[in-house]
Design a protein around this ligand. Structure first.
Ligand code: NAI
Length: 256
């Protein structure tokens, strides 16, 4: 049985991914910083006949993350795959109103959290003789730059994509693949972690074609749409794919 660590597994894309990978036979380390959410995800996985472990850790906390990885590896005999998904929208505001501590917070969770997740799990993948990693980035920072005030968020997501490409080269000789999944609007709880201020000051008025998502009109994607792409990238069907972004956005990122 393969073991996967999924960060931000308590809701949204992370939860859908944890459930899907458990259905596919992975033992899942469901990591996050809201214990009650993780417990209910683990309970649902176990009820469905799968195996999972709740790992209560903040992705910005090195000590807690190290302990979580050790606990997961001890429980299931190693770590074979990683989904670096935990993230926040943070503050979206004009640059002159984007306070240094808010900028730092977004970078700390989205970018440094991804770095720390990989820094601490890659040794296990190397020990296993190989593995696969999916990093959940965004259309923002990879092919969309028109969401007003999303400077810190876009920068963190662009950096995640750079990190994926850099590490695809470094980790290839260890038989470790790493790819980015870049969702467009997905119906999750991320809006709870969003603080939009003075949007009009950062906005450029533009008229877009009717409907913001070519494939579905106004309808956002679902977490499981992203989870399916992640499961593919982790599977052997993606054995020759590394350093590649997959946009899961119904072509939204191409029009705005
Ligand atoms: P969500 O808010 O439902 O899930 C994020 C999860 O990460 C939550 O369970 C939260 O508790 C956890 N988390 C946040 N900060 C954490 C920290 N410091 N330590 C540990 N866990 C932490 O949102 P969603 O949409 O599922 O987000 C997942 C990823 O998808 C994020 O990286 C986000 O940037 C990305 N994304 C989401 C899009 C959307 O429209 N929902 C679009 C593009 C990208």
């Amino acid at each position: 049985m393969k073991t996967v660590l999924v960060t931000g597994a308590g809701s949204g894309i992370g939860e859908a991914t944890a459930r899907l990978l458990a259905e596919q036979g992975y033992a899942v380390g469901a990591l996050g910083h809201t214990k009650s959410e993780l417990d209910s995800v683990v309970e649902a996985i176990e009820k469905a006949g799968g195996q999972a472990l709740a790992l209560d850790a903040d992705v910005t906390d090195e000590t807690a993350m190290r302990a979580a990885c050790e606990t997961l590896a001890r429980q299931f005999g190693g770590i074979d795959a990683v989904v670096a998904n935990a993230g926040i929208n943070g503050v979206w505001a004009p640059i002159d109103d984007l306070k240094p501590e808010k900028f730092d917070k977004t970078i700390a969770v989205n970018l440094r959290g991804t770095y720390l997740t990989l820094h601490l799990t890659v040794p296990y993948l190397k020990r296993a003789g190989g593995g696969a990693i999916a990093v959940v980035a965004s259309i923002n920072g990879t092919r969309t730059f028109s969401n007003p005030g999303a400077t810190a968020y876009s920068a963190s997501k662009a950096a995640q994509y750079a990190l994926v490409q850099q590490l695809a080269v470094e980790l290839g000789p260890y038989h470790i693949r790493i790819n980015a999944v870049c969702p467009g609007a997905i119906d999750t709880e991320i809006d709870d972690n969003t603080d939009i201020r003075n949007r009009e000051q950062a906005e450029i008025p533009v008229t877009y074609p009717k409907g913001s998502i070519p494939l579905t009109g106004k309808q956002p994607g679902r977490s499981v749409d992203v989870a399916d792409a992640i499961a593919f990238l982790l599977s052997d069907q993606a054995r020759h794919i590394s350093g590649t972004p997959i946009w899961v956005d119904g072509a939204q990122g191409l029009i705005r």
